[in-house]
Write a protein that binds this ligand. Structure first.
Ligand code: MRU
Length: 382
């Protein structure tokens, strides 16, 4: 199988991300040299996907302090753990503000805050504290791939067991948005499950929605499935119902940006539509997301903050000039609406209630609702 795409590259304290605003036609890695540049890359969606934005925030935090340790003399905030905390916390609070819905970012900054607290309680050696914080920041990114592979196997085996396909290569799975290597540090969540089914010879085709207005499906998932040579079919977001009426779809597998304590799940806008239609057609609806996406402090979906993206983003489409003039690849952005359109609704995510979700998969296993229950008990898988 061809090498997967990589969202973040690191070498020593150097960080580069692939600019996902230019994909699939232009693959350009851009350097990230500060927490401000990481914050901007997350906010402007040069990098996106709940696990990937948490990874970049953590890596940029580690980069910042790796460079601080090289200063001679060390910066003043190394004078004491209190001074260190007073310097570190605003940086974490700032990174947390990049995007509001994906809880992974908040879990990463809270994890680093807790690490700082724990270390400061046992030593006054600020250099040692900072060295451990750097390691922790890198760990948050490094843990991702192993988790994703574990989830893919749990979810894939659960689906194979549920469907009991009569012959190999017969399972068709629909997904929404992009949840592959570009949205994580590698392999992916829901797209990881689809990749696993392909690897074990059970997948017929992967179906994916365009996922407007940012086109994570038509630009990023299309590129990943093509790169991985996984048979696939793109559909427009409006065609999910028709697809279910005319094709044997065995499951819908999606990622998540925040899963509430009862199982209500926030994910890319359009996911709820697919869940309602999947319930109408008795198609299993599977959420695949790491434990760092589960927010036990949020009782239900009603409390999940939903990011509203700039209205202009819903009026624009990015791509390349087509047909190209003498083979040149020229990035282009066009406005598809009247330039003075006023009323624009552009939430980035929606919430699928737990009663429309068949299974939730984390790296610890698969949760399903007890008979007659409308919500999940997630304790076994967190
Ligand atoms: O706005 P995006 O592209 O960051 O939204 C991404 C999604 O909704 C994904 O499904 C989710 O973050 C999981 S990515 C593994």
């Amino acid at each position: 199988m061809a090498a997967a795409l990589i969202s973040i590259r690191t070498e020593g304290d150097k960080i580069e991300i692939v600019n996902q605003l230019l994909l699939p036609h232009i693959t350009e890695y851009i350097p990230i040299d500060s927490v401000e540049e990481a914050h901007d890359a997350i906010k402007t969606m040069k990098i996106r996907g709940a696990p990937a934005i948490a990874s970049l925030a953590s890596l940029s935090f580690s980069q910042y302090f790796t460079r601080a340790l090289r200063q001679n003399p060390l910066p003043d905030y190394f004078a004491s753990p209190e001074a260190l905390k007073a310097h570190v916390q605003p940086i974490l609070d700032y990174l947390y503000t990049a995007r509001p819905t994906a809880v992974n970012l908040g879990n990463a900054t809270r994890r680093l805050t807790k690490k700082l607290e724990d270390l400061s309680a046992v030593t006054q050696d600020t250099r040692a504290i900072v060295e451990d914080l750097i390691v922790e920041g890198k760990l948050i990114a490094d843990e991702d791939v192993g988790r994703n592979k574990a989830m893919a196997k749990w979810g894939g085996d659960w689906l194979i067991n549920r469907v009991q396909p009569s012959s190999p290569k017969t399972l068709n799975v629909l997904t929404v948005c992009n949840t592959g290597s570009l949205a994580t540090s590698g392999y992916g969540t829901a797209l990881g499950l689809i990749t696993y089914l392909h690897e074990v010879g059970q997948l017929d085709k992967a179906y994916f929605t365009q996922t407007t207005p940012y086109h994570q499906g038509s630009r990023l998932t299309a590129l990943e499935l093509k790169t991985l040579q996984i048979p696939n079919v793109m559909i427009c977001d409006t065609m999910v119902g028709s697809l279910f009426q005319h094709y044997p779809i065995h499951a819908v597998a999606v990622g998540a940006d925040r899963i509430a304590k009862n199982g209500d799940t926030a994910n890319k806008i359009g996911t709820y539509n697919a869940a309602v239609l999947a319930a109408r057609h008795n198609i299993p609806f599977i959420v695949v997301a790491p434990i760092s996406t589960v927010d036990l402090d949020t009782e239900s979906g009603a409390q999940i903050p939903i990011e509203q993206r700039p209205p202009l983003e819903a009026c624009l489409v990015r791509g390349v000039v087509y047909p190209s003039e003498n083979g040149k690849v020229e990035q282009a952005q066009v406005m598809i609406t009247p330039t003075d359109l006023e009323g624009i609704y552009n939430p980035s995510f929606d919430v699928t209630p737990a009663d429309l979700i068949t299974a939730i998969v984390t790296e610890k296993g698969v949760a399903v609702k007890k008979d007659g229950e409308k919500t999940f008990d997630l304790t076994p898988i967190v």
